[in-house]
Structures are given as structure tokens and as C-alpha cells.
Design a protein around this ligand. Sequence first.
Ligand SMILES: Nc1nc2c(ncn2[C@@H]2O[C@H](COP(=O)(O)OP(=O)(O)OP(=O)(O)O)[C@@H](O)[C@H]2O)c(=O)[nH]1
Ligand SMILES: [Mg+2]
Length: 632
Amino acid sequence: MKSIIIGTAGHIDHGKTALVRALTGIDADRLPEEKRRGITIDIGFADLDLGEVQVGFVDVPGHERFVKNMLAGAHGIDLVAMVIAADESVMPQTREHFDICRLLGVRKGLVVLTKKDLVDDELLQLVRSETEELVAGSFLEGASIIAVSARTGEGIEALKGALRATGLEVDVRSADFITRLPIDRAFTMRGFGAVVTGTLIAGEIAEGDELELLPAGTRVRVRGVQVHGAPVARASAGQRTAINLGGVEAASVERGMILAPPGRLRPTLAIDVLVNLLASAPRPLRSRQRVRVHIGAAEVLARVRVLADGGEIKPGQSGLVQLRTETEVVGVLGDRFILRSYSPQVTIGGGLILDPFPPRHRARDLAGARARLETLSHRDRAQQIAAFVAGADQQGLRRADLAARTALRDEVLEAAANEALAGKTIVDAEGVLIGRERFDELKHLVLKEVAAHHQREPLLRGLAREVLRERVFAHAPVEVFRSVLGILEKEELLVSEKEVVRLRDHTRELSGADSNLRDRLEKIYQNAGLAAPSLKEALERAGVTALQGRKILQLLIEAGVLVKVHGEMFFHRAVLDDLTQKVRAHGAQHREIDVAAFKELTGISRKYAIPLLEYLDRQRITRREGDRRIVL
Ligand SMILES: Nc1nc2c(ncn2[C@@H]2O[C@H](COP(=O)(O)OP(=O)(O)OP(=O)(O)O)[C@@H](O)[C@H]2O)c(=O)[nH]1
Ligand SMILES: [Mg+2]
């Protein structure tokens, strides 16, 4: 069995609500004020069992002042029943609602000519031809046009047949997306607490589910689910649902919020979109213009920034625009929206969300932004992912960032990401996806930076990792840093040691003078034995400047010839080995050694004895126990 949503559309008083009642027996006008005034003010609901097709009706108001309410219901419909009264024919809101359906991408529908009982055949024929003219070239071209009378019931059965047939043609909603329920009503039900209603546009909702209420970010629990007024274990995409929520007060839930699985979607304050401006729009769309944006059941105010060439979108044309919203909104790639002018409130266009988290567009790089958005407007998911990743520059994007942009389920996203990775335009850097060009650029910069460092400091082993990271990866996450170094190592271009990075072929060949100096320094320490000179003394004796001397000293330490025992106190490795042996021999006889015995054994002063004993402790040759040391 298939569940679909049918929306009514059409001018005020054309008989939409009467039609829904004739079809379903349900009066969708539920507000006392609606009953009193005889008009629909807010969206109303009804349901109908057509055998293989289960229909949820969304009945919308026709009054021009309530188009805003109409939009809260129109966003999720599969099929439109375009209602035109036979005695009035096409009127302003007939056109506006029809425009809205086109802009929202409604793909199926039919036209119902109501109040057939009020006109003769000739007039009916005229209305029929005016209708055909209206829908020519649109998704409704060639759709059934069925004349009915809600008063006499004429044509109602034929209409049911046509609705069933068209309903069967409606595409099944894609299973690729996570659960999303734009909320169109929220109220408190005595004994139940908060209840929200809406059209489940994707996924499923079951009793016990944990969901997130956005943009607020509140965690809620599903206490109960109803479809068409009856409790169900689970609601699925394409159904009108009422959800009883735990964990939130009805007062803090409002129309326009959205329910989704926790941690998947994120609110945004700027979206890059493709706008179609209606030919009937009174003026071109220009930057800084203030507009009303209707996404899902939400309405937000926004400022326009035209990204398209030429700086404006003319009526009847389409182009790229950034909408900076005044309050947070939730939308993903491929969502449709409607644009209305701030004042007077009329529908001027609509479009498609391309990037819900756009990077900053610099004026000189608008062409690049346009090319990326152009790619996003195509349906190829791998390319869309590559385009999002490219937009994130060196920052790259994680899977969760892509999920927030696309609302795709994990498996679907992973498949698309893998396809993009196979296309080699993006790279997976330890879980961060980054554009291949950026990645290669970083590799190149690393090699350049390290080479420059070797050039400047030929005697140093390499460049400190953290210095490299600061210089080259200031705008990249640590995963990208590690991944770039990893690849360069694999390619045998770079050697990454604990704290230092060097080019693979970087060897420290000493010049003749330097190697003389090296030998002199080594000799000084060797000859000094345990009475090692201070660093300053050693360098003076070797006759070198501090700077030059320190580099050589560094080399000797790295080579393991000299060992740093304490502060600037160095000893020759052979001297220490000798000492170790002496201490061990002493230990073999006495098991332990104290400072006095150590001084006697080595003939050195306290100044050296203490640091050396501590060194032996560190080397686990001795272990300190109070005043004595155990020789291990
Ligand atoms: N004679 C006749 N009157 C009808 C028919 N359908 C609706 N009406 C009348 O037309 C008036 C408006 O009908 P509604 O169903 O409220 O119109 P609507 O399109 O829902 O109006 P809004 O929701 O305010 O836009 C009511 O007085 C209905 O009784 C019909 O088939 N024949
Ligand atoms: Mg009505």
C-alpha cells in the first residue's frame, strides 16, 4: 500500500474545503474563526482510503493574506489538486498557488473544476480552455481536468478514480535520506503533553525513537505516533503524522521547526541557492534586498547577495544567490524553497538549496564559487561530494559535515564518498576528506619548507614537526597534517622522526673545518673523563663560537658520542660506560653504594657525583633508597 500526500491549491472560495469534505466526509476547517467566516485560515487535514493508495489531504487557504500558511503545508505534497471554480475561472491565487507548486517541484497533479452545478456547458468549456492555457508547458500539461459539484456529488467518484490513478504514478519517496519531519503544528493534549504534526518527508518515526528538535537542538523522545488519527507503531515517508513528544514543552515547539535523528542536521544562517524569479516578479532580485524565505514549514527573513554574473536576477530568469537568514534555519542540498517579497507580501520566486554551509565567497573568486555551485546543482552525488569538499579548502570535511549538508543516510553517503574517492579528485586524510589539489599542494609545501630548513641549517637533523605544522598546516586539521607526512614517508621523500622531520636524502656532511672541530670537541670531553668541563669551557678550549659549537655539539649528542647528564653537563659516552662498569663491580661486592663510596670510587667532587648518580638511577643501574643506592 502506498501513502501519498495530496494538497489542494487555488483561489479563495473556489471550493477546496468543500471538495475535501465531499471526498472524505471530513471538514478540514477546524478553527472556530474559520467556521464563523466561512473561509480557511490555516492548513487543515483529512484522509481517504483509495484502496491501493492511502491519501493524506492538506487543505490550504486561498486567501492572499494566508499564502504564508499555505506554504507550511504545500512543501511536502506529492500531488496537487488544483481547484478552479467553474463560475470564476482562473484568479490571482490560482496563479500564485500554481507558481508555488511549480517552484516547489511538485511533479504530479490534476485540475478540479468545482461548482459545476452553477454553470452551463458552454461556460465550463471556456474555463477548461483557460485552464489548459494556464498549465501549458508545466507539470500539469495533459493532466486530467475533472469537473465536479460538491453540492450534488456529480463527478466525485470519477475524481476519486483519477486521484487513485495519479497517486499510483507518484514516485515512491527515496529511501536514501535520514528521517525528517518539518513541523506544521504544535499543541498540548491533555494527559499527553506536547504533540506535533507534519508531513514525514523522509525516513521513519517509531515509538521510542530519540530525535532532535531543530534548530533549537533539543533532544526529544517519541512517546507515540499517529497516522490519520489512529495510533501506529511506526510512520513512514509520505504520511501525515502526529507525534507525541517527551522531553519538551509544547510551548517551546513551533511551526517551522524540524525533527530529525540526533546530531545529523545543523542549523545555518547562510545558504547558497539557485533562484528562479517568476516572470511576474515586480522587479529584479538584487543584493541587499530583504526577502521572506519559506523552507519546509519554516519562514525566515533573509538578505540577498547575488552571486550570478551581472549582479541581479531578472524576472523570468534564474541565477545563483546567497541568502543570509536573520534567524537559524535548517535545510539541505536539494531542498526547495519559496521566496516572497518583504512588503507587499507576494511570491516572487523560489528555488533549490545548493550549499547550506557556504564558504566565504571573496569577490575575486566568485567564478570559482559559481562553478562549484553549478556542480552541486547536478544530481551526481559523487561530484556533489567532491564539490562540497573542494569548497572546504584545506579544512576538508568529515563524514558528519557531509551528512549535515545532504541528509543522506550513512551507507548512501559512504557509497557516494567512495565513488568520489575513486575518481581521485578528493583524498581521505585519516577521515577528513580534502580536495586532491589542496592535498598535493600541502605535500609540495612540506617538501619546500623542509628543504629550505636544511639549506639554512645543514648541520641540524631536520625541522621540528610542530614548527612545520604551524607554518604549513595553520588552516588544516591535524588528520591532514599526519596524512600528508605519512604519504611523503611512504613515497620515501621524507623521514619523520619523533619530533623532527627531514628530507630522506638529507645527510649532514661536515666540511673539513667542521669535522676538525668535531674531533677537537670530542677529544676535550674524552680527556676530561668524569671531570667534564662546562659547555662554555669546552667551546672556549676548542676555540669556536657558541653558535657554531652548539651545532657540532648537537651532532655529537645525536650520534650518541656525548651524553647530556644534567643541564649543560655533558660526558663522553666511553667515560660513562667505564663508570657504569666500575659501579657494577662495586655492586657485585657491596650490593649498594652511597655518595661517599661513590666519590671514593670515582675520585670526583660532589658537584659531579650527585648528577652522575641521578643519571645512573635513570639508566636503572642504581636505585635510590633513602641515602643509599642499591646497585641493580
Ligand atoms: N454551488 C456550489 N457551491 C459550492 C461548491 N463547492 C463549494 N461551494 C461553496 O463555495 C463556498 C466556498 O467553499 P470553500 O470550500 O469554503 O472554498 P475554499 O476554496 O475552501 O475557500 P478558502 O479555503 O477560504 O480559500 C462555500 O459557500 C461552499 O458551499 C459546489 O460544488 N457547488
Ligand atoms: Mg477552504
